[in-house]
Structure formats: C-alpha cells, structure tokens
Ligand binder design. Structure first.
Ligand code: M6R
Length: 366
C-alpha cells in the first residue's frame, strides 16, 4: 500500500502534484477569469456583509491558516484573525453573524477544532469547513464545506493536506475578492494561471532531491536548527520547523527574520544551521540583511530562493531553488524542500518517520 515507497510520508510528499491538481479541478474558470465554488454559491451581497474572517485550526492546518490570513486580507481587504483552536475555544472569541469562521482540519475530527467550530456557531457566526475527509464531524457541523482532494493522508506528519489547504486558501481569496470587487481582473487571471502551473512545478521540484538529501545527512545530527523568513515565508518557516521537530526530534525554531534581533540572535553561533526563505520580493532586501546577520555569526545558511536569483547565492552556503510563481503562491512550492529536509533528516537519524513518538494522526482528545 506504500506503492514502493519506504514510508507513507515520502509517498504523500510525491503525491502532491496530483493532490493539488485535484483540489483545483472544476474550481478554475476555463478562461482563467476567476474561481468557481459550486459548493458555496455565495452572492456579492453576502461577501460584502462579512466584516471579519476568523480562521481556527491546529498544527499544520493552523500554519495553512496563517497563509490564508495573508491572502484573504490582501485580496479581499477583510480583516482576518487566526487562532489555534485550543486558544480560540476558551477565549470568548469576538465572532458574530458578520463573521465568517473558517475551520481548517485535515481529518475533520480534531477535538479542539470541532469545539472551536461549535463555539463560533454558538456566537452566531457562519462556518466554512476546509477538510480532507468527506462526512467527517467538522464537515457535518459546518454551514459550508470545501473539500481538499488530497486523498487519504496516513503519515502523522501532514504534507499533501497542507499544500491542498494552501490551494483552497488561494482559491477562496480569489473567489471572495472577485465577488467583493477587490481584485483587478489581471491579478485574478495571473493567480489562476499561476495556480494551473503549480502541479508541474511541484513535480519539477520533486525530480531533483539529491542536494536536499545531502544537507539532511550533513546537518541531521545537529541538535538545533532555525528557520527564518518574512511575510509568507515566515508562515512557511513555521511549518518547516514543525515538520522537522515532529519527525526527526531535532529542536527547531521558526522566527520572523525581523525579530531575530529581539532575542533569538543570541542563539546563533558558529555552525548552527539556519534555513532562510527569501521568496518574498517586496521584503527581499530586508531578508538579505537578516541573512548577513546570521552569516556574520558563522551560521551555516541554506537559502530558499527563486530560480535565477544570483544575489542570494552570494550570502548563503547553499541554495535550494524553486520555480518562479506568483508571490501569493510561493508557499505551495517553498514548503516542499522543507518537507523533504525533515523527511531525510528523520531517516538519517533512524526515526520512525510515519509514527513519531508521542503523536497521533488525529487528536480526538484534549
Ligand atoms: O486533522 P487536523 O488537520 O485537524 O490535524 C491538526 C494537527 O493535529 C496536525 O496538523 C498536526 O500538527 C500534524 N501532525 C502536523 O504534521
């Protein structure tokens, strides 16, 4: 059932081009003019009435929500809050009938997330679930459901569920922005076009993993790793760090690069691996300065940048290049090398990749 792969996790990493293609199927207008969600069928009036979006999720799904916040705010100009479900449910959240609560959960069964959904409903909010499991508790309780069509995810470490959740976040932002009139038609077209290219680009990234394997073998025995980035790269850094922690047991921390000086820089010493994401061009120069800061402390820096970026290469020890895409879509590609890095680090360390210690695939207890 692992289809020739050594672990479910690596099989699922390789299933991503297909999973993201299937999650987009039928949801992009043929002429790339916008997004279609038959399952929502929202009106302009409804979208105009939304005053706030509250995203609620746990773990990796929460990280997808962080990307969602960025995209929804940029493309719809509606304020978005993101909470981990175990905080949201107990903090008397300020949601009401003018709030759209978006619940993200691969399994659709995470107890805290389900409780967050119920709390939002109790306060009168409309609830949209984004889940991978048809008929799951969360799908049944929500007012609307958008399914991610990732197929069953078996490995505890979430991979293809995350990238398909990102696809849904992008589709939803374009859909809502289209109805709200906050996205110029060219931007909408560009995004649809960019989305269509992603399966082939993800496939391209998965073709050449030798360098990543080598890094994992080289740095897999280091006890601390840092991930830094700005803007959407910061959200991806958080996900890369979680992946590494949960399956390789390496202590990893993700930091927004601009925060380094406020504490974490004290931990950057000679030989510490720092994974630096630099795909967000509006903050690119700032990111390069942060890279120079960690380099000045003799960290070993692995940069993630766009193919053709000759600048980053000057400041880092190694670069992993990703294919060029729209700035809002980069997380879907930049996370793939991080998933692979975590996977090969765990394999190098002889960890039980698919069933890491102390963790369960679906957290149905508090
Ligand atoms: O099924 P869910 O998406 O609700 O699960 C949420 C988290 O438990 C899950 O993403 C967890 O963080 C993963 N092990 C991360 O790889």
């Amino acid at each position: 059932e692992r289809g020739g792969y050594e672990h479910f996790m690596i099989k699922e990493i390789y299933e991503q081009p297909k999973a993201i293609r299937e999650t987009m199927t039928g949801r992009l207008a043929k002429d790339d003019s916008g997004v279609i969600f038959d399952e929502l069928n929202w009106t302009k009036e409804y979208v105009a009435s939304i005053r706030k979006v509250a995203i609620v999720a746990c773990g990796t799904a929460y990280h997808a929500g962080m990307v969602g916040k960025y995209l929804i705010e940029k493309l719809t100009r509606i304020p978005v809050e993101v909470d981990v479900a175990s905080e949201f449910r107990y903090r008397s959240p300020l949601v009401d009938e003018h709030t759209l609560t978006v619940i993200i959960s691969q399994s659709g069964e995470t107890l805290d997330t389900l409780a967050g959904l119920k709390e939002a409903k109790k306060q009168g909010s409309r609830v949209l679930a984004v889940t991978n499991v048809v008929g799951s508790s969360i799908a049944r309780e929500a007012d609307h459901v958008i399914y991610t069509w990732a197929g069953p995810e078996i490995a505890v470490a979430s991979t293809k569920a995350y990238t398909t959740q990102l696809i849904v976040m992008a589709l939803l932002s374009v859909y809502m922005g289209g109805l709200k009139g906050t996205i110029p038609p060219e931007t909408s077209k560009e995004l649809c076009h960019g989305l269509k290219n992603l399966p082939a680009q993800a496939h391209e990234l998965l073709e050449d993993v030798e360098a990543i394997k080598t890094f994992a073998e080289q740095y897999g025995f280091n006890e601390d790793v840092f991930f830094i980035g700005r803007s959407l790269d910061y959200a991806v850094a958080l996900e890369g760090s979680l992946k590494l922690k949960e399956i390789s047991y390496i202590h990893a921390e993700a930091y927004s690069a601009g925060e380094l000086k406020h504490g974490t820089l004290a931990l950057i010493i000679e030989g510490i691996p720092v994974i630096a994401l630099a795909t967000q061009l509006d903050v690119y120069e700032k990111m390069l300065s942060n890279i120079k800061e960690v380099k000045a402390r003799d960290a070993v820096v692995i940069g993630i940048g766009f193919k053709g970026d000759t600048e980053i290469d000057k400041y880092v020890d190694h670069t992993i290049f990703i294919p060029a895409t729209n700035k809002y879509l980069t997380p879907i590609l930049s996370v793939i090398p991080l998933q692979l890095l975590a996977y090969y680090a765990a394999v190098t360390r002889g960890c039980d990749v698919d069933k890491p210690r102390n963790l369960a695939k679906s957290v149905t207890v508090e």
